[in-house]
Design a protein around this ligand. Structure first.
Ligand code: PEP
Ligand code: MG
Length: 859
């Protein structure tokens, strides 16, 4: 498209993905009531001028403006949908009304996160308000736009209208006109949407209508003039109409202007919760609810609320001796069932799960609970009533503590309380003691459901039949809660923190739970449903195809071998890793083996657990990380004082400063494991070479003591920015590096990885994190060391080419992802990855990197 003296070119006001107006989630724009134009799903945060012109109107709320080009074309720029309701929050205009601007000048800056959090969509519209006079002659067929550069539309004036810029004017002045006064009901006043609707309302009528307000007047035919009236919600506006249909026109316009918009469907985000990156870069359709992904995958099904309310106990008891005996019987039944669940989980190697039950047993034994319940029973209350009082008082005390871990225990206690109440009810109804301990059954009929709860507790999930539950969704909860850990282990997609929007959905609502994009779609239209169903089908087919070749090594198209290993935390995981074709174990999180135990593990415990895993691996190598307790990982048996900033405190190898025995025991235990090839040891949270030298010396000394091989390889987790920046120094003494992008991102961006409100922004493809990775690879290369990535970024298909391009040669991912990541590696050309990866370091945001990756290496 070229500019001539006859035409006007409009360039992209924002960078982003281009959409036709019809795809805008607002009928006013989608139906072209504002005129012809184009929409952009923005990837940048500054609206720039699409052409030279004058700012004819700037909304007081800063979310929209209209430019008039010298030829007279009026171009409306409207950021987001329903953004008028933000009343300026998040918008900073860079120009004033009446200002002359050049193409490319900044017009409005907006806070993407803030606006995305509160608005229905960020999709931004550029429309020609007087398109009758300036129709669109040509439009781009590009998919992506670059702000200020990409030409989106070419306008060609229709006849003489272009000769001069028409001053917006009221075209109704005659004395015979009909008049009416109306009060503006629309939230935000006379903004773009009601103005366009009012204009559309008189289409087909033979009438002209003008609005008078504040000493000014505007014809209904000029959107810009209407906006320029700046009439607020509640303002009193005079309507003046003339022509044969003046009466009908007045009625129609008055109806539109008085509408409160109350009946319009609004997509709701949980309060204070930003939509995830996916939601920011693609609009959330009506019915879409943003949350936080706790386990990946997509599921379609009816929503089913998990009604697990504990039975309501009678208040009055049947006499203290009988009630005391019943309570003790119920406690014994639950304890026996917990012991059974714990043993069963252990047998499967699911030690994290087993530990949760063991911890519940310890809570059950807490004498404070019976000490609180017994006096109530003696005072005539029932066992159930007394037990409920005792557990809720204790839980409330825990929940009130500022320590997040104590608050987590409160949830455990309430969960346990329910379990005992169910057991009491069962005993009253004649159940045997063994039956009484079993947690509530999931009574689900028919097709697999998307199970919803305010917040699931671990015991809720025990009896779940995996085949009956397509996904788990929660109003509250966090991605690191125990229930989320269990969902991941069960392989069930899981969304948390969906907020009150989920609460409002009734049983039976058809939903799509999208754990990949952290969103739930309620009552999806047939297109969304068809798309989700076909994604599921394709994934299943692709998954099977990938798995068939997952046991072969993976190399890029140009022959560079990449080791694809698995992250594991249990013996079960190790078996799964082998079945999924993992070349090795790239990270054994040993703390998960012992987190919920009752005492610190002894050297023999370490040997036994790791030997069992090494045996299952059958010749595959394993990187064993020393205990990384602290931060968000709390070991019940490690009684350390709570820290104000646990993520910045005694975690990883730093723990040895206060508990040196802990690490010594583990190293002794690991040195005793017999494995071929020998285990490799990985040290978490190292920040300088001195620490590494200390631990290498300690390993040598312990090996000498035990007569073990001192040549065991020792690597460093690169997860602290200091370690990345000093990688060349560390590489001199390390055998290898493994980059922990989860923590490296947390510490580089200074965003707590457990903070659900920041979760959507915690993107490891942030250029600052990529620079850390690049520095690590450079440092390693100076000493000929290899670099792996074991953080979640390694399992992100979009990130794989970037990591390979930056010099990473091993990717360690959740076992379930191994086949897909191998398949991804095989499709890439290493030379191309290398060439392009360095360009990404110059980009300004994670969103820009993601966008570039999609373009360079479509998945
Ligand atoms: C990491 O930080 O990226 C990592 C792999 O370790 P963890 O998630 O266990 O902290
Ligand atoms: Mg880490």
């Amino acid at each position: 498209m070229a500019e001539t003296s006859e035409t006007l070119l409009l360039r992209a006001p924002l960078s982003g993905v281009l959409l036709p107006l019809a795809a805008v989630p607002d009928p006013v724009f989608a139906e072209g009531l504002f005129g012809d134009g184009v929409a952009i799903d923005p990837l940048s945060d500054t609206v720039v001028s699409p052409c030279d012109g004058v700012v004819l109107h700037l909304a007081a709320t800063g979310h929209a403006l209209t430019l008039q080009a010298s030829c007279g074309a009026q171009v409306l720029l409207h950021v987001g949908i329903d953004t008028v309701s933000l009343r300026g929050d998040g918008f900073a205009p860079c120009v004033a009304q009446g200002a002359a601007v050049r193409q490319g000048d900044a017009l409005i800056r907006f806070d993407v996160e803030r606006v995305a959090r509160q608005a229905r969509s960020l999709v931004t519209v550029m429309a020609v308000a007087n398109g009758h006079d300036f129709p669109v002659a040509a439009r781009t067929d590009a998919v992506l736009a670059e702000a200020g550069r990409t030409v989106l539309l070419q306008l060609r004036p229709a006849g003489a209208a272009a000769a001069a810029a028409p001053a917006p004017r009221a075209d109704v002045t005659d004395a015979a006109a009909l008049r009416r006064t109306v009060t503006l009901g629309c939230a935000g006043g006379l903004h773009a949407r009601p103005a366009a609707r009012a204009r559309a309302a008189i289409q087909g009528l033979e009438a002209t209508v003008a609005l008078h307000y504040g000493g000014r007047q505007a014809s209904l035919s000029s959107l810009v003039a209407l906006l320029a009236l700046s009439a607020d919600e509640g303002a009193t506006v005079d309507l003046v109409a003339s022509g044969p249909d003046a009466g009908a026109a007045l009625d129609a316009v008055a109806r539109e202007l008085q509408r409160t918009d109350a009946g319009e469907e609004q997509a709701v985000f949980p309060v204070g919760m930003a939509p995830p990156p996916g939601a920011r870069s693609g609009e959330l359709p009506p019915g879409g609810i943003a949350g936080v992904a706790a386990a990946p995958g997509i599921a379609i099904g009816p929503l089913r609320w998990w009604r697990d309310a504990a039975p309501e106990p009678d208040q009055a008891g049947l006499g203290a001796p009988a009630e005391r005996a019943t309570l003790r019987a119920a406690l014994a039944a639950v304890d026996a069932q917990l012991a059974h669940d714990s043993a069963a989980a252990n047998a499967r190697g699911a030690s994290a799960e087993a530990g949760i039950f063991a911890m519940h047993r310890a809570l059950l034994e807490d004498p404070a609970l019976l000490q609180a319940a017994d006096p109530l029973i003696d005072a005539g209350k029932s066992a159930g009533f007394a037990w409920r009082e005792a557990t809720s008082a204790e839980a409330a005390a825990l929940a009130a503590m500022t320590d997040r871990r104590a608050a987590d225990r409160a949830a455990d206690l309430l969960d346990l309380g329910k379990r005992v109440l169910r057991a009491l009810a069962a005993i009253r109804h004649g159940a045997s003691h063994a039956e009484a301990g079993v947690s509530a059954d999931v009574a689900l009929g028919g097709q697999p459901v998307v199970l919803a709860a305010d917040e699931f507790t671990p015991s809720d999930l025990i009896g779940l039949e995996r085949t009956r539950v397509a996904a788990l969704v929660m109003v509250r909860g966090g991605p690191t809660a125990h229930a989320a850990i269990m969902a991941r282990q069960l392989g069930i997609p899981c969304l948390v923190a969906l907020g009150s929007a989920l609460e409002r959905l009734p049983d039976g609502t058809q939903v799509i739970a999208d754990g990949d994009h952290a969103r739930l779609h309620a009552n999806p239209d047939e297109h969304l449903l068809a798309a989700a169903a076909s994604t599921l089908r394709l994934r299943a087919q692709q998954g099977q195809a990938d798995l068939r070749v997952a046991h072969a090594p993976a190399s890029t198209r140009d022959g560079v071998h990449v080791e694809v290993a698995a992250n594991i935390g249990s013996l079960d995981d190790a078996r799964h890793a082998v079945a999924q074709g993992a070349d090795a174990v790239g990270l054994l999180r040993t703390e998960l083996l012992f987190l919920h135990g009752e005492a610190a593990p002894a050297a023999e415990d370490h040997t036994a657990r790791c030997q069992a895993i090494a045996d299952v691996l059958d010749g595959r190598s394993a990187i064993v990380r020393t205990l990384d307790i602290g931060g968000d990982k709390d070991a019940a048996w490690l009684r350390l004082p709570a820290e104000a900033n646990p993520a910045l405190g005694l975690r990883g190898v730093r723990l040895a400063q206060v508990c040196p025995q802990l690490l010594d025991d583990q190293l002794r235990g690991l040195l005793a494991v017999r494995a071929r090839p020998p285990l490799r040891i990985l040290l978490p949270m190292v920040s300088e070479a001195g620490e590494l030298l200390h631990w290498r010396a300690r390993i040598r000394a312990l090996a000498a003591e035990a007569g073990a091989d001192a040549g065991i390889e020792v690597g460093v987790m690169i997860e602290v920015p200091a370690a990345a920046l000093l990688a060349d120094q560390l590489a001199e003494h390390a055998d290898f590096f493994s980059i922990g992008t989860n923590d490296l991102t947390q510490y580089t961006l200074a965003m707590d990885r457990c903070q659900p409100h920041l979760a959507p922004r915690l993107d490891a493809l942030h250029p600052a994190v990529l620079r850390m990775i690049a520095a690590t690879a450079e440092g390693a290369a100076r000493h000929g060391r290899w670099v792996g990535v074991c953080g979640a970024l390694a399992g992100d298909p979009l990130a794989v080419p970037v990591l390979l391009g930056l010099g990473v040669t091993e990717l360690s991912v959740d076992a379930a992802l191994v086949p897909a990541i191998k398949a991804r590696v095989r499709k890439l050309a290493h030379a191309d990855c290398r060439k392009r990866a360095s360009e990404l370091l110059r980009l300004a945001s994670a969103a820009a990197v993601r966008e570039a990756c999609r373009r360079y290496w479509p998945a």
